[in-house]
Design a protein around this ligand. Structure first.
Ligand code: SPD
Length: 277
């Protein structure tokens, strides 16, 4: 298979990775799931042809989606991940012994099964004894948990797939109701280069529901345009400010997130400021 290339196509743009072997291809009730061995970037996971992660740079996304909102809150005891069936965000959250309850709500059990089989370095997040797995639509699950969570992280696919309901103002209203006082939410917020309208819509939906809303940039070379965003919202906490600093032992384990990048990730070029209003 050497010399074959897999391309994510969309929005007049293509992101291509050389693959050497297909490890898995299956169709779930919700989406097509493919895992490849790549020539230079380790393993590659695609859902409906959209790149979700490579071994090469997944740590950037998982660490920022987990630790950045964790340190905005400072001490969340009850945490929910919506989506994130590969287990990577759970893996990062599990580094925090202070978390008492670690729930995940993933719509597609096949993604979890595939990750456990082919991406154990991601799916190890499911082995933590605090993790409770719910197979359900996150936009429905969240409505059943009023004033329960301190932190909700939405590690969704793009708005075209099963993650579509997670990009609406109604969903942000449900997120707000699911939070305890002091709560924080963080959502996968796309790239302003690739999907400026989605970034604008998301920011508007968040602002309609929360007092403080901000957008952090994450450098992920294998996502189209080389970046993705995380929208952080809260009624009590300013997203660009850490509630406390990263402990030295954890800082030594991380490869992307640190105290400096927390604030720096929220620095924005003018056109992104314009999208966020
Ligand atoms: N455009 C792709 C966005 C993918 C976001 N989710 C990635 C899942 C990794 N845990």
């Amino acid at each position: 298979m050497s010399g074959q290339w897999v391309t994510e196509v969309g929005n007049g743009y293509g992101q291509t990775i050389e693959v050497t072997r297909q490890l898995c291809s299956r169709q779930s009730k919700f989406q097509k799931i493919d895992v490849y061995e790549t020539r230079k970037l380790g393993k590659l996971l695609l859902l409906d042809g959209i790149i979700q992660l490579t071994s090469y740079d997944e740590f950037a996304y998982q660490e920022m989606m987990a630790h950045l909102p964790y340190y905005v809150h400072g001490d969340p005891e009850r945490v929910l991940v919506i989506g994130g069936g590969d287990g990577g965000v759970l893996r990062e959250l599990a580094r925090h012994p202070e978390i008492a309850e670690l729930d995940i709500c993933e719509i597609d059990a096949e993604v979890i099964r595939t990750a456990k089989e082919f991406l154990p370095e991601m799916a190890c997040g499911f082995s933590d004894s605090r993790v409770r797995v719910n197979i359900a639509d996150g936009s429905v699950f969240i409505k059943e948990k009023p004033e329960y969570y301190d932190l909700v992280i939405v590690d969704s696919t793009d708005p075209g797939g099963p993650g579509a309901p997670l990009f609406t103002a109604e969903f942000y209203a449900s997120l707000k109701k699911a939070l305890r006082p002091g709560g924080v939410v963080a959502t996968q917020a796309e790239s302003p280069w690739l999907l400026p309208d989605v970034v604008k819509q998301l920011a508007g939906a968040a602002r309609a529901n929360f007092k403080y809303v901000d957008y952090a940039a994450i450098s992920v070379p294998t996502y189209p345009t080389g970046m993705i965003g995380c929208c952080v919202a809260s009624d009590d906490k300013v997203p660009a400010v850490q509630s406390r600093r990263v402990a030295a032992d954890l800082a030594a384990e991380l490869r992307y997130y640190n105290d400096e990048i927390h604030g720096a990730a929220f620095a924005k070029p003018q056109f992104v400021k314009g999208l966020l209003g």
